[in-house]
Design a binder for this molecule. Structure first.
Ligand code: DGL
Length: 274
């Protein structure tokens, strides 16, 4: 079991910000990353579609033989975590609860901000998760839909990034929050701009980083932690492998090897293909 890989899925390439943290904390683990590049973005899709895609992605990863499943996508975590935890034969973690826990640990004002895709923000998943831990905390949320294309276009250092950050974050800044959760895979690429816009008194929480810590804890608890060898990464996408390669390599900070494009997401077909 220890030798099995960790499976991770995301709507596309953004999950590389989570992978980066997992690799840093768990360098000996093999990782199979699935990016649903044919159907990205999830952030403006309905809960029903997001859940269906999550089930398909998880089943695909199961066919590969994994010991832990990480839902790297915030939008998918918002809707599909519980159903996957009930149905999968392996432990499943999402990015929302680890991010929420870190926010609660760090706020002193009791005012926490959350930014994410439209669908994540509408789901109120972060609000619920935070308030379950501390019902007294007030949550202020803001969808930042243009942050995703800004990152994918490599414009994180361009003035458009600062302009949009000011536009999206201005009301959060005025609400008196002392913690801001980056509740979307892409936002850590914009962390400098977000930090600069919010000012030094606001702690920025990276949900992916907290998720990596949780993954390590679970593997240790269950005796599944791999302590030796260098972990390898394999990537599967549903379309456009070239741009996955290009953007993914940029976010991860190293070239991606072993990117394969799937012809089908039907797990029955996958089970019988080589
Ligand atoms: N991966 C998504 C998330 O973290 C962002 C990109 C998308 O909208 O699919 O919510």
């Amino acid at each position: 079991m220890q030798k099995l890989a960790i499976g991770m899925f995301d709507s596309g390439v953004g999950g590389m910000t989570v992978l980066r943290e997992v690799r840093e904390l768990l360098p000996h683990e093999h990782i199979i990353y699935f990016g649903d590049t044919a159907r990205v973005p999830y952030g403006n899709k309905s809960p029903r579609m997001v859940t269906k895609y999550a089930l398909e992605s998880a089943l695909f990863l199961l066919t590969k033989g994994i010991k832990l499943l990480i839902i790297a996508c915030n939008t998918s975590s918002a809707f599909a975590l519980r159903i996957l935890q009930r149905r999968m034969p392996v432990p499943v973690i999402g990015v929302i609860s680890p991010g929420a826990k870190e926010a609660v640990r760090n706020t002193t004002s009791g005012r926490v901000g959350v930014i994410g895709t439209r669908t994540t923000i509408r789901s109120m998943a972060y609000d619920r998760s935070i308030r379950k831990l501390d019902p007294g905390i007030e949550v202020f949320s803001q969808a930042c839909p243009l942050f995703v294309p800004i990152v994918e276009e490599g414009l994180e250092h361009d003035e458009i990034a600062s302009l949009m950050a000011r536009k999206y974050l201005d009301s959060l800044k005025r609400s008196g929050i002392d913690v801001l959760v980056m509740g979307c895979t892409h936002y850590p690429v914009l962390e400098d701009v977000i930090r600069k816009t919010m000012g030094k008194d606001v702690k920025i929480v990276h949900s992916g980083k907290e998720t990596a810590k949780e993954a390590r804890m679970i593997l240790e608890e269950k005796g599944l932690f791999n302590r030796r060898g260098r972990g390898k990464c394999e990537y599967f996408v549903t379309d456009a492998p070239e741009s996955f390669h290009e953007i993914g390599g940029r976010i991860l900070g190293e070239p991606l090897t072993h990117v394969r494009t799937l012809k089908s997401l039907d797990y029955r077909e996958l089970l019988f293909s080589s």
